[in-house]
Design a protein around this ligand. Sequence first.
Ligand SMILES: Cc1cc2nc3c(=O)[nH]c(=O)nc-3n(C[C@H](O)[C@H](O)[C@H](O)COP(=O)(O)O)c2cc1C
Length: 271
Amino acid sequence: MDKKLYEKLVHEGRNFMHHHRGIDRESWKSGQQKELPQPPLVKGRMGGETIDLSKDFIKVIKDHDFLDLLIKRKSNRVYTEEKISLDELSFLLWAIQGVKGIRGNNYATLRTVPSGGARHPFETYLIVKNIEGLKGGLYHYLPLEHQLEFIKIMDGVEEAMDLAACKQSWVKKANVLFIFTCVAYRCEWRYGFNAHRPALIDLGHVGENLYLACASLQLGTCGIASFDDEYLNELIGIDGDEEYACYVQPVGTVKSSNQDKEDAFYSFLKR
Ligand SMILES: Cc1cc2nc3c(=O)[nH]c(=O)nc-3n(C[C@H](O)[C@H](O)[C@H](O)COP(=O)(O)O)c2cc1C
C-alpha cells in the first residue's frame, strides 16, 4: 500500500476517536436539536415466527458469586460441542440487551447495559447451530418482548460462522454466534456525527456483559473484532450503512480441563 494512503487511513482511524469539538456548534444540529421525530427504540419484528423466552433466570445460573465471575472471566476458544438450553440462551440475551423499563413516553429503554443517552443503538442476531429446541439458522432478538424471531434456515451453519469470523476456524465449534449491528440514526438522532464513538463504547459494555453472563453459566465466549461485516450485512439483509454489523461473539460449552488446549492456542508466544 502507498505510504501516503496508509498514513491517511491511520489518521482517519484516529480522527474517529475524537469528539469533534472544533466544529462550530451553531453550524449543525442533531435530529433531536432540530426537533425531528425520534427513531423507534428498537428495530421491531422482521416478520418471522416468534419464540417466547423464559425470564426464570435463577434456575439456569450456576455461579452467583461476583468476585468469582471476575476471576473466571476469560476468552474461550476451545468448545466442547454439548447442548446449550433455550433458557440459558434466554439469560444471555437478557444480560446483553434485556429491557428493564421505559423512560418517559417511549423516550428511551432502560436495559441491563448502560448506553450514552440511553440510545441503545444495537440489534442482536444469532446464527444458531446447537441450541436445544431451536432449528439451526438465523434469528433476531426482540428485546421489548423478550422473544426470538426466526429469520431463515441456513445451509452450512458452521461455514457461515467461519466466514463471519474471517476463517478463525475454532469459531465453528461454538453453539451460537452472536452478531451485533448498529442502527446508525438511533444514536445519530441525538449525537449527530459524534454518535459512533459513544456507540462503540456502549458495545464494550454489551460484550463484557456477555462474557460475565457466560461465566455465570459456565459457558465460554470470545470477543471477535476480526469479522467480515460485508458478509454479515448481506446474510442479515441490511444495507451496511443505515444498519451495519459491528461485533460478533461466539458462545460455546467449555470444560475447565480445557486449559491445556487454551494454552496450546497461545503456544506461538513461546517461540
Ligand atoms: C474487541 C475485542 C476483539 C477481539 N478480537 C479477537 C479476535 O478476532 N480473535 C481472537 O482470537 N480473540 C479476540 N479477542 C480476544 C482477546 O484476544 C482477549 O480478550 C485477550 O487476549 C485477553 O484475554 P482474556 O479475554 O482471556 O483476558 C478480542 C477481544 C475483544 C475485547
